[in-house]
Write a new protein. Sequence first.
Length: 644
Amino acid sequence: MKIYKYLPIKEFFIPIACNLIMALVCLIICRIAFMLENWGRFSDINIADMAKIYQGGIRFDWATICYVNILYIVFVTIPIPLLKKDRYQQTTKVIFIITNALCWMANLMDAVYFQFIGRRCTSSVFTEFKNDNVTGVLGIEFLNHWYFIVLFILMLWGMWKFYQHPTFGNTEKLNWRDGVQAMIGLIVSTIIIIGGIRGGFDPELRPLNNKDAKEYTAKPVHSALVLNTPFSIIRTIGKRAFPNYNYYTEEELNKIYSPVHPAVKENPQHPNVVIIILESFGSEYSAYLNGKPKDTGYMPFLDSLMQESKTYEMMFSNGHSSIDGQASVHLSIPLMVESFFTSHAALNNIRGVATELKNMGYQTAYFHGADNGSLSLDGFSRSAGYDQYYGRTEYANDADWDHHWGIWDEPFLQFYAKKMSTMKQPFATTIFTLTSHHPFQIPSEYKDVYKEGKLPIYKTIQYSDMALKKFFDCAKKQPWYDNTLFVLTGDHTNMSDKKEYQTDFGTYKVPVIFYHPTDSTFCKGKIKGIGQHIDIMPTILSYTGCKRPYVAFGANLLDTAPEQTFHVGFQNDIYQIVQNGILLQFDGEKSTALYDTNKDKLLENNILNKSGYKDIQYKLERKLKAFIQSYMARMNTNNLVVKD
């Protein structure tokens, strides 16, 4: 007997299958839109690579369809009398369309956000921006990317128009046969869903996760094209961020790498410390760092200051977001797998640069002109050792409010300079600027002065650079200026127009500057070696004379040979280390790529296991594995403080 003749294939199974396939097609369309919007990051992909990427992408899209449509499948297959009711069928249609439309929305929004962070969003995005007023900014982006709105509406209309209702026979009431058919549908759908979530029906397969995307790509950044945003968010909800690794015994580990820094001789001058974190100031915008005429960059004052400061040939952030920059600069904790402050490790005991300076008698304060609570920086500053916080509330003059994020940089930097003159010396302060943040607006009186050129960020970089110059003009007149160590850096990179700055190497490049107006022992100009965010804390504590040992994952640049400095990063589930221009990428188990950036700035020639590089490859892998093991162990065991 042919059982399939008694199954409602045409009336029940085919409509459900058509609806799910339609949802899959919409996700594929979103991937194409994502790729085109960020074509600068993917233009090096050839046809063969593209075919493999989309093969993997469909696998991840189907897994997403299975995740988000579980409720819909249950509603249309569970054998209850309501299945025969028109209102119930309309309700299931609405559930189906809404859940899938949220997926499109997440993908299309991430197509824009990707250019700022270089990876798909994870569940941490909700924590990162939970206290921020981003509605206005999102509104502007909707207008700027109107074509995504049109695409979203077209897909919504298409799904509503072509949705097919599954039906059961011709009777008005649900009979036993309909119930059996519905139950069979539920069982079949459950099997398909399990297979989709697992990525196949092989019994040895585990559910797909973000790391599996790298199987379809030649470069880590291309993993973002394999993944989709709903999947990336779903698979990171509630996950413990930091895996434990046991590459070495504890004795071996400490010989290779240790983040524990010893106490040093105290500086009798007790210099003030001023840390200036400049929103989105990437090295790409500097004429000086790119060896070009001074009138071709967008930060002329910072370029001039770098020539009088200690800087490096290669300088890097350790993450791609503002909160990554805060942890790296103040706590010497880089981004590894997950942002420190959105992970479980945020509850660990910490001692930041401000904590250690306060222990030495420094008065501390943190300045950020945004709404108090933005990025939770007021709470962060307290946990990092800052006694006082000055935000938009303390500034108390909304005439200088930009109506997006906070107080314009020019007036807030002046407020900062003068407020420090009321503080007892020695003091340690930080200011985090904001005008160069998206949506890249500047005060109306400067709209005819600074033009955006190819990228809208250019005009805001020029404005903030001007505001920084005026800050130093004011600071020079203050009694504390001559005895102050200034540390300036960008929190992360941003919009890019040059291929060199769109690679896994260039996407981290930001200025890292140490300037003291009267200390002639500081080197001036670019020196050989690497400086990175996590080096700032140990360098400051060495210069000021920290009285006790402390944990910092970076290097003290004052006594580390230039050839020994290095940079670590994590992006798209790949760890990487750079030393002396050689970049190694590592997936946690094995090295996946090696590049000589001295000769290959665009990372086009993978020299992994090539003769002439095996020794440096071995040493870099050894150091990176020790770094990773130490980092994960300390995060998971609350061991970020040297016990007194």
